[in-house]
Design a protein around this ligand. Structure first.
Ligand code: FES
Length: 141
């Protein structure tokens, strides 16, 4: 029988718990087209990191969940080209209304990654294309 995406267990669905649990989940490695996790495995709003393997290179990305949507970004701040987070999987500000870079407190729009405040006006995060299908977040092909 042919393996259909809606009937098999996609890569990345071994995640147990939520991103705001005490013990952070492991950072899974995913490739274009593969599943990242289920929407309901993430807090709403919430964030989670992954390693994206593309062209033989690994790059850290993170996903923001907002309702039934998910938005992906490369984990590099445009201000100093360093990762945004210190705590694993934590990319949102205290109110969970913006993406926060903890290094110099730049904030970014959750839906498009544009800078909303801090030292990098006019810049933004590099977006990573995702798709959500039947409650599962996939890295786009
Ligand atoms: S490195 Fe992100 S705000 Fe400075």
């Amino acid at each position: 029988m042919a393996d259909h995406p809606s009937t098999h267990t996609p890569v990345g669905l071994s995640f147990e718990g939520k991103a705001d649990d005490d013990s952070p989940p492991p950072v899974l490695t995913v490739k274009p087209g593969e599943a990242l996790c289920r929407l309901d495995e993430m807090a709403d709003p919430g964030s989670r990191a992954f390693m994206m393997r593309r062209g033989g290179e690994d790059e850290e990305i993170f996903v923001i969940r907002q309702g039934d949507e998910a938005f992906g970004y490369v984990n590099i701040c445009p201000h100093r080209f360093v990762p945004l987070n210190w705590k694993p999987h934590v990319f949102l500000n205290h109110d969970k209304t913006r993406i926060l870079c903890v290094v110099h407190a730049a904030t970014f729009d959750m839906r498009d990654g544009s800078c909303l405040g801090g030292p990098c006006p006019g810049q933004g995060l590099e977006q990573v294309a995702l798709r959500v299908e039947k409650g599962i977040i996939y890295l786009a092909d």
